[in-house]
Ligand binder design. Structure first.
Ligand code: PGA
Length: 252
């Protein structure tokens, strides 16, 4: 089974307009100049610069999206952004269920699933994030927690072309700490098994599962070379075009 690799950048709450446009330009010019686009590239800038970044990205082949979306299409939901609005800007996808949203905004698996469903209905691709806390890992509950998040957050109509899972151990995000390759492979293989149980083997075998959490140029080759790791969701290192590209080069 050869699944296409996906290199995804989560810019989080970083980037004023000029910097965001410059970063997007740098990434897109490199990607569009590739003769053979053997992997996919996605960037998720903050909402405030999405429009400008969508313009930059245009025909480069890079996929752009939001970092979150509402479950609603429109209406009285102050401060929220609907998947239809993202689609209207030219976005191709959206990240849902990032651990920072689960923690800071008390997002539950159920809400994450509703957001993913709303995004799919709007015609967006979805990256659904899961991952255990340090405490959960230390008491040996990693697979239990991650399995429950996958079962609870992935919509029943998820397909491999439209839904991507990102395994991001909470304790590895922005900390420089990374699980061992054995630990990463164990969780990814388990996620694929859970996906097979809920969506069927065919979808599970084709669905991309990304690793996220302190991915850097120095550790990318090792992580991205694992059998069940189909790409990376990159935070800090996606804010520097050279680092983001150096990570992408490991899958070329
Ligand atoms: P990091 O963030 O690469 O800065 O650890 C990853 C993420 O939160 O998606």
């Amino acid at each position: 089974m050869t699944r296409r690799k996906l290199i995804a950048g989560n810019w989080k709450m970083n980037g004023l307009k000029a910097d965001a446009v410059a970063l997007a330009e740098a990434v897109c010019s490199k990607y569009s100049s590739l003769e053979n686009k053997t992997f996919d590239m996605f960037i998720a800038p903050p909402f405030t610069v999405l429009d400008a970044v969508c313009d930059v990205v245009a025909d480069s082949g890079v996929w752009v999206g939001g970092q979150d979306c509402s479950v609603f299409e429109k209406g009285a939901h102050t401060g929220d952004v609907s998947p239809v609005m993202l689609k209207d800007l030219g976005c191709g996808g959206v990240i849902v269920g990032h651990s920072e949203r689960r923690a800071d905004h008390f997002e539950t698996n159920e809400l994450v699933k509703d957001k993913a469903s709303a995004a799919l209905s709007a015609g967006l691709g979805v990256i659904i994030c899961v991952g255990e806390t340090l405490e959960e890992r230390e008491v040996g509950k990693t697979l239990e927690v991650v399995g429950a998040q996958v079962k609870g957050s992935v919509p029943e109509n998820a397909t491999a072309g439209k839904v991507v899972i990102a395994y991001e151990p909470v304790w590895a995000i922005g900390t420089g700490k990374v699980p061992t390759t054995e630990e990463v492979e164990e969780v990814h293989a388990y996620i694929r098994q859970v996906l097979a149980d809920v969506l069927g083997t065919d979808i599970a075998e084709n669905m991309q599962i990304l690793y996220g959490g302190s991915v850097k140029p120095s550790n990318a080759a090792e992580l991205l070379g694992l059998p069940d790791v189909d790409g990376a969701l990159i935070g800090g290192a996606s804010l520097k075009a050279e680092d983001f590209w150096a990570i992408a080069e490991t899958v070329m």
